[in-house]
Design a protein around this ligand. Structure first.
Ligand SMILES: Nc1nc2c(ncn2[C@@H]2O[C@H](COP(=O)(O)OP(=O)(O)OP(=O)(O)O)[C@@H](O)[C@H]2O)c(=O)[nH]1
Ligand SMILES: [Mg+2]
Length: 318
């Protein structure tokens, strides 16, 4: 195990291995791409723990989430971002703005392209904007487990002609194939500097927010059509119990009374199923008993409501 010594004043923290100091590295790496490209799956794979929610539906992620990984002397702060698409609602605009500002603030940008889907209109839009900004990015052709090698090479060729990608990795965030190679590369190119987070910290997100995301994941998985997009989840109370368990109260906001009825389901069956899955996941995550109480409230136009944006960690004035 390396020993850690902190330098004086502004000297970076140094890792001392066998008496020879080597400077630490630290930086932000933004994962950007079209909705559903696999950014959140990759973040979880890179960190080695499930932090970000993942569903087969597009536009699952709504705000930036940090996932922190250590690779040798480097602390890599990965930034999961919402998918980039043509926004319409204020909420959508805020999601896309969060994605771009995640990229602008980062030391390195990784563009994920779903290799099975190729260059769709969303990826086209991201490519054009990246080209305009003149920003170099690492390209990750993702979901290679779904694609034949020849078509991968064709796609890599097409994208390389866009000019600003160096290097190109072929990965699967689901199976982990190629991910370690890419992580090693990113660790090596980050700037020298002290680590920004304690060694054992995996994310910047408060537990209450991750807990709300766990329930939102079930809303996305168990409800369909417009409902996942018409819903948001907030943790209202978090109470540690003397017996070591935790009581969590959450509100699922929907936009119309009819939607509330669907979330509840006949005889409350749907909300019960959402609560049961979310509770099981939370118990696994927190490693203790969880008492989860879900309430469904109608708040017309919550997707234009400053308070709801604050809870999501998004800017309202966009
Ligand atoms: N086969 C395969 N599926 C993947 C891979 N990575 C992600 N997926 C699947 O793709 C779907 C979308 O994954 P997410 O990680 O939620 O994608 P995202 O880019 O974060 O999506 P948004 O948050 O909506 O922008 C899920 O069903 C994942 O299981 C991969 O490498 N291989
Ligand atoms: Mg996501």
């Amino acid at each position: 195990m390396p020993k850690w010594s902190s330098g004086r004043n502004n000297t970076p923290l140094e890792v001392v291995t066998e008496g020879r100091p080597s400077a630490t590295r630290c930086g932000f790496v933004a994962l950007i791409g079209a909705p559903n490209a696999g950014k959140s799956t990759l973040l979880n794979c890179l960190v080695g723990q499930k932090l970000a929610i993942v569903t087969p539906k597009a536009q699952t992620t709504r705000s930036r989430l940090l996932g922190i990984a250590i690779e040798g002397p480097a602390q890599i702060i990965f930034v999961d971002t919402p998918g980039i698409f043509a926004p319409r609602r204020r909420l959508d605009r805020a999601m896309v703005a969060a994605a771009w500002s995640g990229a602008e603030d980062a030391d390195e940008v990784v563009l994920l392209v779903d290799a099975a889907r190729g260059i769709d209109r969303h990826t086209r839009h991201v490519l054009d904007r990246l080209a305009k900004s003149g920003r170099r990015a690492t390209l990750a052709l993702n979901k290679i487990d779904l694609v034949a090698r020849e078509s991968l090479l064709g796609l890599a060729g097409l994208l390389s002609r866009e000019g600003q990608f160096d290097p190109v990795f072929m990965i699967s965030g689901l199976t982990g194939d190629g991910v370690q190679d890419m992580k090693g590369h990113l660790a090596a190119v980050l700037p020298s500097g002290p680590w920004l987070f304690p060694e054992d910290q995996l994310s910047d997100a408060p537990q209450r927010m991750i807990a709300a995301e766990v329930t939102r994941e079930q809303v996305f998985l168990q409800l369909h059509d417009e409902l996942p997009y018409a819903s948001t989840v907030e943790t209202e109370r978090w109470e540690e119990r003397p017996d070591g368990s935790v009581r969590i109260e959450q509100v699922i906001y929907v936009q119309r009374t009819g939607q509330r009825a669907i979330v509840l389901g006949e005889g409350g069956q749907r909300i019960k199923a959402i609560g049961a899955r979310a509770r099981a996941k939370l118990e696994h995550m927190l490693d203790r008993r969880v008492h989860l109480f879900l309430f469904v409230k109608v708040r017309q136009g919550w997707a234009d409501d400053r308070e709801r944006f604050k809870a999501l960690g998004l800017e309202y004035d966009i």
